[in-house]
Design a protein around this ligand. Structure first.
Ligand code: PMP
Length: 402
């Protein structure tokens, strides 16, 4: 089709569940992106924590091109070498004994919730079906995952609510103690809430959840879709807490930009997913898992993981400087390269304005709700790119305050 689309065509042809920015990116390299007019952008958004190695990373391009010459898709009637290689890698580098692959974070969580219910059903009986999750959490957009998620706006208007789900307060163990009982089959938590405002769990909270789950024979599920796969500075975020879940979901960064997600678990739990109980046509797709292995091997390199701390410190330093000049933030928090800067009273609700002003100055940024600026750049972004992006953010703030 010899036609150059424009942003107006989005409104003509696309279901309006998104409101994308005006520019249309056409090319990316490292932490820089260019739009149709050749304007350059610094990328602090990383495709919402997906492009952990930036755009066009040579190791990912090589893996994709090599696999493209071999076989693209088989379905799960046949297994594939790339899926088996990635599964083995995951098992060797995490608590897990088994991996299930799918394509999105929501799908990985859907699998986790179904597995938890099935495990409790088969092991303890039908009564054990309740999932406890947390207010402000986000677990995906399927009906099950919006119902488990702790933001009612995402489930309202979609018909009868799913039963067997309770919401407690994040980082408040007592609120879990009040809800957990012999009917609880699982507690699901993001060790670092992403969409809910970039809020890290405390050590006592995760340790307490582990203990409560053990006492009530409930499974502990960590949703590391956003904070996992290197993002927080360790391969998975749970490793920093030394609290091991029974099920872990991973997506976004594990495919480095190719749709890929995984649910990881133990042998004992995995056994209830016998042939036919669950599945996904694209799960373990050879292209996705070949790229996934290259992404995970590159992310797990000591030089990648060790560089995250310095980049975190640099971004926080820049944000503190901007805060001194503009008086913007009441809190700067997060871990590794998932950083949230909460807007103070004077800037309430202005996250979207700042994002739009940043785009005008050549910076791709994210928000987490209307009051938190979110930074999720490539894990290998250079100090120069960070400085350049921050200078653009500074110009955007000058524009908004002048
Ligand atoms: N869980 C978490 C913690 C997420 O941040 C997201 C996406 N932002 C999801 C699940 C859903 O992932 P996906 O959009 O790939 O379905």
């Amino acid at each position: 089709m010899n036609w150059t689309p424009s942003r107006a065509d989005f409104d003509t042809y696309m279901v309006p569940c998104y409101a994308p920015q005006q520019m249309i990116p056409v090319r990316g390299e490292g932490s820089r992106v260019w739009d149709q007019q050749g304007r350059e952008f610094v990328d602090f958004a990383g495709g919402i924590a997906v492009n952990a190695l930036g755009h066009g990373h040579p190791a990912l391009q090589k893996a994709l091109k090599e696999q493209a010459d071999k076989v693209w898709h088989l379905s799960n009637v046949y297994t594939s070498e790339p899926a088996l290689r990635l599964a083995r890698w995951m098992v060797e580098h995490t608590f897990a004994d088994k991996a299930f692959f799918c394509s999105t974070g929501g799908e990985a969580n859907e699998a986790a919730f179904k597995l938890a219910r099935r495990y409790a059903h088969d092991t303890f009986g039908e009564h054990k079906d309740t999932i406890i999750s947390f207010r402000n959490s986000f677990h995906g957009r399927t009906l099950f995952t919006v119902s488990v998620g702790g933001q009612p706006k995402y489930s309202q208007g979609f018909g009868p609510a799913l039963g067997g789900i309770k919401h407690a307060e994040f980082n408040q163990l007592d609120s879990v103690r009040e809800l957990i009982d012999e009917r609880t089959c699982a507690v699901v938590v993001e060790p670092l809430q992403g969409e809910g405002g970039v809020r890290p769990a405390t050590q006592e909270f995760l340790e307490g959840l582990r203990q409560l789950c053990d006492e009530h024979e409930a499974l502990l599920i960590f949703d590391e879709v956003q904070c996992g796969a290197g993002r927080s500075g360790t391969l998975y975020h749970y490793m920093q807490y030394d609290v091991v879940p029974d099920i872990l979901t991973s997506a976004k960064a594990i495919g480095g930009g190719f749709p890929l997600a995984a649910m990881l678990t133990t042998d004992d739990i995995a056994r209830v997913f016998t042939p036919g109980t669950h599945g996904s046509t694209y799960g373990g797709n050879p292209l996705a898992t070949a790229v996934g292995l290259a992404a995970m091997e590159t992310i797990a390199k000591p030089e990648t993981l060790e560089g995250i701390g310095e980049r975190h410190a640099l971004i926080v330093e820049h944000l503190e400087r901007l805060n001194q000049r503009f008086g913007l933030f009441s809190d700067i928090r997060g871990a590794g390269l998932l950083i949230g800067a909460e807007l103070n009273d004077a800037w309430q609700g202005r996250g979207g304005d700042i994002l739009a002003a940043a785009v005008e100055q050549g910076l791709m940024l994210l928000v987490a709700g209307p009051n938190v600026l979110r930074f999720a750049p490539s894990l290998v972004i250079t100090p120069e790119e960070i400085a350049d992006g921050m200078a653009r953010l500074e110009r955007a703030l000058e524009q908004l305050t002048s």
